[in-house]
Design a protein around this ligand. Sequence first.
Ligand SMILES: [Ca+2]
Ligand SMILES: [Ca+2]
Length: 231
Amino acid sequence: MSVVILKLAPRANGFVVRVALVALLVLCTRAEAEAVLVYQLDDGTAIGAAGGLNSTVAMINQFTVTGGNEKITEILVDFGGAFGGVDDTVTAALWSDPNGDMSPLDAVLLASVTQTSDQAGGFNTFDIPDTTVGPNGTSFFVGVVWRDSYPLVEESLAVLRDFPATAMRSYWYAGSGVSASDPTGGTLQTQPGDWFIRATATVPETSAFLYGAIVSVMACGACRRKWRREA
Ligand SMILES: [Ca+2]
Ligand SMILES: [Ca+2]
């Protein structure tokens, strides 16, 4: 697009054209940089589900930031309707990993949203406040917390999983001390498989903007040299 504009640009309006070119380059670069990435452990084919312990439960996946995709925008969870019950109230949360060891024992709550689950099948979208967790290599956690009433089927919930686990980065805690602010405040359950709990991410706008601005300035410098040669 920028090449076409250069060919059409009247030399007398060079300043206006350069300003427009910078704006276009920034917008194009930002749009490209903000492409959504989905962090996931599952391969998309569930083998059963797990949940329901007549207790408060937390189901957690660990991820590591890659490719600058450090701003988490949504948490996706598939409850699969395993119990066929009515929809339940669930809190989806994003946690940091302060010591970076990929264990959630020290998890600190960064953002959360509470809403009614949909057990009809397919991923529920929990739109959390967009939160930057850290640069490439930063460990973080996403998951869901709810009060389950199993074996009362109508008040029970389960999360789909791959089983047996291949990623070994899913956790399952149950107990009265479990909450969004203390997701491991209970008993660690047998390795659950790989939860169908995913996170969507984008590059932070500030980084994308700076990247776009740098590219634009470089491109503008090249334009100025070209115009000088033609003048
Ligand atoms: Ca969001
Ligand atoms: Ca940790």
